[in-house]
Design a protein around this ligand. Structure first.
Ligand SMILES: Cc1cc2nc3c(=O)[nH]c(=O)nc-3n(C[C@H](O)[C@H](O)[C@H](O)COP(=O)(O)OP(=O)(O)OC[C@H]3O[C@@H](n4cnc5c(N)ncnc54)[C@H](O)[C@@H]3O)c2cc1C
Length: 393
């Protein structure tokens, strides 16, 4: 996305590129490409070391205000940063949940004490975070959260179960949406608590995914305690704060992912040339459509960026989520078609998948997490198009 780039932005791009080029070398040379889709468990310690190396040079939390340890980078520069990061094939980030979700939430809604306590360890990558929203009966219907917490002797005592909690095993803290008003229902009576993960009363059980890895987990809270001060907003504000975090989740970082998508698409194209699938008229058609999809996403990203610059991302961000999630899932399917029968066989024992198989299996989840396709369509229907609300039982 170089068109119309100002001299400052061009200089910023060069600075990021140079730093990545000279630092993804030596002890970090082998870190390139680590931890991509379907390989989230790969080399956690090395990726952690890399991210701390970035922190020491001031390259974490680039979009945060300077007073909170960021670089105060403009929106465009944040996108540039993510683009260059993907172009350099730098390792998948280990604390993206702290940097992109919890940090901005604390900056917007936290107390001064919370900012001082929680932001510096995110910038320095000393504390990792996970997101405790979903429960067995509260996924799309998040307002049905049943995990509860009560104040006892200066601490919140948390009981309940979360599920699909990404990176819970590695995380030091979790932001937990739970019910703090007994007898309340739906959006009312919820609170947003910050709960330590490596404490008594927290039991984490990894879930083996289609990819064979265990990026997400079940988390059981059984009398887990967190200080009474570790609540963002007031008791009962949980829904409002949780929605604000979701807005950040669909923010700038996802705009930079296009470069990664382009690399994957080019990989599938190259594969099609090598396997001869490029001569199949039906597959050629799908490759062209996939390429067009990339271009549409690129243009939409520019438009979304303009929208974000004008304020918080609105319901229109659901269009981006729907488009990129579906596009990526279809790319995985296309990769399998291009591989043909070879795609059905693992490379080795016991479950040694190649990159294309991993892409296919992992991208099934792109249309589920951060709001499923059906939920995005509901949001677009009701809040963008103004159609009548769906019937709810
Ligand atoms: C890779 C991955 C990582 C995740 N990481 C986290 C995490 O870190 N923290 C966390 O809290 N959660 C996480 N999740 C959970 C994710 O947020 C939920 O899976 C998602 O919200 C869907 O909820 P569910 O799985 O309970 O499915 P359900 O809500 O039960 O949905 C089942 C199906 O019904 C459809 N459906 C549901 N309601 C409607 C409706 N009103 N109209 C039309 N169709 C509907 C859905 O679209 C879906 O197809 C993760 C999920 C994945 C796949």
């Amino acid at each position: 996305m170089n068109e119309n780039e100002s001299p400052e932005d061009r200089a910023f791009r060069a600075e990021v590129r140079d730093w990545l080029e000279s630092n993804l070398a030596g002890e970090f040379a082998h870190a390139r490409g680590l931890g991509g889709p379907g390989r989230e468990h790969e080399a956690h310690e090395e990726r952690l070391a890399w991210e701390r190396h970035m922190a020491a040079a001031g390259w974490t939390c680039v979009g945060w205000p300077k007073e909170h340890g960021g670089r105060g980078a403009s929106l465009r520069q944040q996108v540039i940063f993510h683009e260059e990061y993907a172009l350099a094939d730098a390792p998948a980030r280990v604390n993206h949940i702290g940097e992109n979700l919890l940090g901005p939430t604390i900056i917007a809604f936290g107390t001064e004490e919370q900012k001082a306590r929680f932001l510096p360890p995110i910038v320095a990558v000393e504390e990792l975070w996970c997101q405790g929203y979903s429960e067995p009966d509260a996924g799309s219907d998040l307002a049905n959260v049943q995990t509860r917490a009560e104040l006892r002797d200066g601490a919140w005592v948390v009981n309940g179960q979360k599920v699909w909690t990404s990176l819970a095993l590695e995380a030091d803290w979790c932001f937990v949406v739970c019910r703090t008003e007994p007898g309340s229902s739906r959006h009312k009576g919820l609170s947003y608590l910050l709960v330590p993960m490596k404490a008594d009363g927290v039991d984490i059980r990894p879930i083996v995914q289609l990819t064979g890895t265990s990026e997400f987990n079940e988390v059981f809270f059984d009398g887990a305690r967190t200080d009474a001060a570790n609540i963002v907003g007031a008791p009962g504000d949980g829904w409002k704060i949780a929605m604000a975090t979701l807005g950040f989740e669909r923010g700038v970082a996802t705009l930079g992912q296009q470069v990664g998508f382009r690399r994957e698409f080019e990989g599938v194209l190259d594969l099609a040339r090598r396997t001869g699938a490029i001569d199949d008229p039906l597959l050629r058609d799908r490759l062209v459509r996939s390429h067009m999809g990339l271009e549409i996403m690129r243009l939409n990203a520019v438009r979304t960026m303009a929208g974000v610059a004008a304020g918080a991302p609105g319901p229109e961000s659901s269009i981006s989520k729907l488009v990129w999630g579906t596009w990526h899932r279809e790319l995985g399917e296309l990769a399998m078609e291009v591989l043909g029968a070879a795609g059905l066989v693992a490379d080795g024992e016991p479950y040694d998948l190649n990159d294309w198989q991993r892409l296919f299996l992992f991208s099934r989840s792109d249309t589920i997490y951060a709001g499923s396709n059906e939920i995005q369509r509901n949001i677009i229907a009701e809040r963008v198009l103004g159609l009548p609300r769906e019937a709810r039982g």
